[in-house]
Design a protein around this ligand. Structure first.
Ligand code: ATP
Ligand code: MG
Length: 158
């Protein structure tokens, strides 16, 4: 279905903001223009739920989670950044593999299955987008994904 992405994303962030620890800061840097994406709302909600929960789960107390959206002519680039534990450079691509978890003992404490990002990758690729991450140990992690924008011609026919 056709979805205005900025409103949709704000709504999801609001839901996490209502439940977050009061010491944690959320920062939004979202384009203010309306941006339309043809997508399965439930599936992209599932992607964002996992990426945002990871950012929160691996953040230190009092950390900042930042949300960014910017657009090029053809696509949106969405990112979620944290100031958490990060991960070693050689593992940053593996986190999108099924059941992969950076530190087994730590991950077990944290709960979860290690499937979240593998499912996210499947869903983003089904939408003809890409998903990747950048991370620095001890500094934080950013997860990025793209989604194709609907052509502008479809709008403003009134
Ligand atoms: P699930 O999502 O199924 O509850 P999970 O969160 O462990 O479990 P994924 O979301 O697939 O699984 O993430 C895979 C692994 O990548 C995590 O176990 C963790 O080691 C690492 N990871 C993911 N996001 C971050 C992050 N923001 N900071 C640090 N490590 C991360
Ligand atoms: Mg997860």
């Amino acid at each position: 279905e056709r979805v205005e992405f900025i409103g949709f994303f704000n709504h999801i962030i609001d839901r996490f903001e209502m439940n977050k620890d009061e010491k944690m800061t959320f920062e939004r840097n979202l384009d203010t223009r309306n941006m339309y994406v043809w997508m399965d709302k439930d599936k992209i909600t599932q992607v964002l739920d996992n990426v945002i929960s990871n950012a929160i789960k691996y953040s230190p107390e009092g950390g900042t989670v930042r949300f960014d959206v910017h657009s090029t002519r053809k696509q949106l680039v969405v990112s979620v950044s944290d100031e958490g534990i990060g991960m070693p450079p050689d593992t940053v691509d593996k986190i999108f593999d099924r059941f992969y978890r950076v530190d087994k003992s730590r991950a077990r404490e944290m709960g979860g299955t290690g499937l979240g990002l593998a499912i996210a990758r499947e869903m983003i690729e089904a939408h003809h987008g890409k998903i990747w991450a950048r991370s620095k140990e001890g500094k934080g992690t950013t997860v990025y994904f793209t989604l194709p924008l609907m052509s502008q011609k479809r709008r403003g026919q009134s």
